[in-house]
Design a protein around this ligand. Structure first.
Ligand SMILES: Cc1ncc(COP(=O)(O)OP(=O)(O)O)c(N)n1
Ligand SMILES: Cc1nc(C(=O)O)sc1CCOP(=O)(O)O
Ligand SMILES: [Mg+2]
Length: 212
């Protein structure tokens, strides 16, 4: 059965790191290591491949009791009956909520702005995401946020908070202590030599939530 509690490791795929046949084995390793959410983040325009890959990831998530989230693409999320993550330039959150229904997980990028979080909550977000907290290999130009912002957001909002951007095993405990319920990770999870290494890292990230 699926655990719908939004707390733990949130693994995000990367088309370059997971090229050459690594997408499915590395994603499965992250799930075996305890990732609770898996985001399919692929910026290409190859719709057929994206559908195929997202379907395969949905099956993996089902098998491991985790939730698949599609980045940017509300239609694909609706087609598969899975969750969605929207940034500020990715279309209306209210419209996505109407399309996907009240049970779907929908996340919203809020950068370092509490006003954007308030708006996302009003429009029906399931979680709010803040970042980037540290230097990011994947998205170096993302606006930056401070851990103090997390503490303020935690005080103000009761829904789950995701921290993203340059998160590693070393700096994640500080973000969890400040109130992050989900830790979203690309590079520190998937820039690995083997699927076994991804599983080991995912387990280590997941264990941080058992302690806190
Ligand atoms: C969990 C999570 N948080 C933030 C983002 C960034 O979304 P966005 O600002 O739309 O940027 P892209 O990822 O689309 O480049 C995210 N994807 N996931
Ligand atoms: C996709 C994304 N969004 C960010 C934001 O701040 O909104 S940071 C980011 C990249 C996260 O990858 P890594 O763990 O490799 O830094
Ligand atoms: Mg986006």
């Amino acid at each position: 059965m699926k655990d719908t509690k939004l707390r733990g490791l949130y693994a995000i795929t990367d088309s370059k790191l997971l090229a050459d046949g690594r997408l499915l084995p590395y994603a499965e390793a992250a799930l075996k290591g305890g990732a609770r959410l898996l985001q399919y983040r692929d910026k290409s325009e190859d719709d057929r491949r994206r559908l195929r890959e997202a379907e395969a990831l949905r099956e993996l998530c089902d098998r491991h009791g985790a939730q698949l989230i599609i980045n940017d693409d509300a239609e694909l999320a609706a087609r598969l009956g899975v969750g969605l993550h929207l940034g500020q330039e990715d279309g209306s959150l209210s419209a996505a909520r109407a399309l996907l229904g009240r049970k779907a997980i929908i996340g919203a990028t809020c950068h370092a702005r509490l006003d954007l979080a308030e708006q996302a909550i009003r429009e029906g977000a399931s979680y709010i995401a803040f970042g980037r907290f540290f230097d990011s290999n994947t998205k170096p130009g993302a606006p930056s946020a401070t851990p103090e912002l997390l503490a303020e957001a935690r005080q103000r909002f009761s829904l789950p908070i995701t921290a993203i951007g340059g998160v590693t095993l070393d700096n994640a405990p500080g973000l969890i202590a400040k109130g992050a319920s989900l830790i979203a990770v690309v590079h520190a999870l998937f820039a690995a030599e083997s699927a076994n290494e991804v599983e080991r890292r995912a387990q280590a990230f997941s264990e941080l939530f058992a302690i806190n």
